[in-house]
Design a protein around this ligand. Structure first.
Ligand code: PAF
Length: 284
């Protein structure tokens, strides 16, 4: 695996990877890699001849109250993991390569960025859209993979790719990879490590409550009632508060007070112990 941290070295390296018409899959990350990331890498390998991964802790997606400096940085350990997975290229730019002096451009995917997690983190999804657009232009992949765990992020990136007519990758080549779950249904997340043994057990109640709500909605129960039961179930399981529990259009993230034929997603963010957990599931 080649590790590159300068833009002038990246361009010829990408050209070489794509030489002879080879296809390139791309997994953008902020490092501190866990099983969820490695699942994306394995899926990337299945979808293209070559795989590139980026590690860049993007300052523009951290708010003023969020500790950018405390974000875990483990480049050597991450690189060893990626090497073990057979990744071809690791793009690990420095902040000055990504945002040189005088950098001024921002991408904002209006509307989709203001709801759900975006409501509490103004500017966060601008930072995500901006850096992902730059990463796409730098790596020029045929296909890019993102975890469905961050459904809002995935919806925003797909919308950006469609709105800006991106070709590398095309919007329909932005692949959402299903959330990896523990045996008891808890979505894998680096935040789970902050839970005590008791909180960890209680946390499984979130996905259970979500599945129950989905069954109710699909069976024709009014959405408001199903969401009210969901909230009670999540709090009853041991969560201390719920930031949101919404049924939304899977693509536009528009709130759905009524479940109709559109692809819909149930999205929840709730706090337990020191952690704020998010999860989402298809409603079908
Ligand atoms: O999901 C992440 O790790 C980040 O938001 C991403 C997509 C790499 C952009 O910095």
């Amino acid at each position: 695996m080649q590790t590159i941290s300068r833009l002038d070295a990246l361009r010829p390296a990408v050209d070489l990877l794509k030489d002879g018409g080879k296809t390139l899959a791309f997994v953008p990350t902020m490092g501190a890699l866990h099983e969820g990331h490695l699942t994306l890498v394995r899926e990337a390998k299945a979808r293209a001849d070559r795989v590139a991964v980026s590690i860049f802790v993007n300052p523009r997606q951290f708010g003023p109250n969020e500790d950018l400096d405390a974000y875990p940085r483990r480049l050597a350990a991450d690189a060893a993991l990626l090497e073990g997975e057979g990744v071809d290229l690791l793009w690990a730019p420095t902040p000055d390569q990504m945002y040189p002096d005088g950098y001024a451009t921002n991408i904002s995917v209006s509307g989709l960025d203001a709801v759900l997690c975006g409501a509490a983190r103004p500017g966060h999804f601008d930072g995500v859209a901006t850096v992902v657009n730059k990463l796409f232009n730098q790596v020029r992949p045929d296909v890019a993979l993102f975890g469905e765990k961050d459904w809002q992020q995935l919806a925003i990136i797909r919308r950006m790719a469609r709105d800006l007519d991106l070709t590398q990758p095309r919007a329909d080549r932005i692949i959402g990879v299903p959330t990896v779950r523990e045996a008891d249904g808890l979505a894998m997340s680096s935040r789970n490590q902050y839970l005590s043994a008791e909180e960890r057990q209680q946390a499984a109640g979130l996905s259970r409550a979500m599945r129950k709500a989905i069954t109710a909605v699909v069976a024709g129960e009014p959405v408001a009632g199903a969401l009210e039961t969901l909230r009670a179930d999540v709090l009853g399981a041991g969560f201390s508060s719920i930031d949101y529990a919404d049924l939304r259009d899977a693509a536009t993230l528009e709130n759905l007070p009524v479940f109709d034929s559109r692809p819909a997603r149930l999205l929840v963010a709730a706090r337990i112990g020191p952690a704020r957990l998010i999860d989402n599931m298809a409603v079908a």
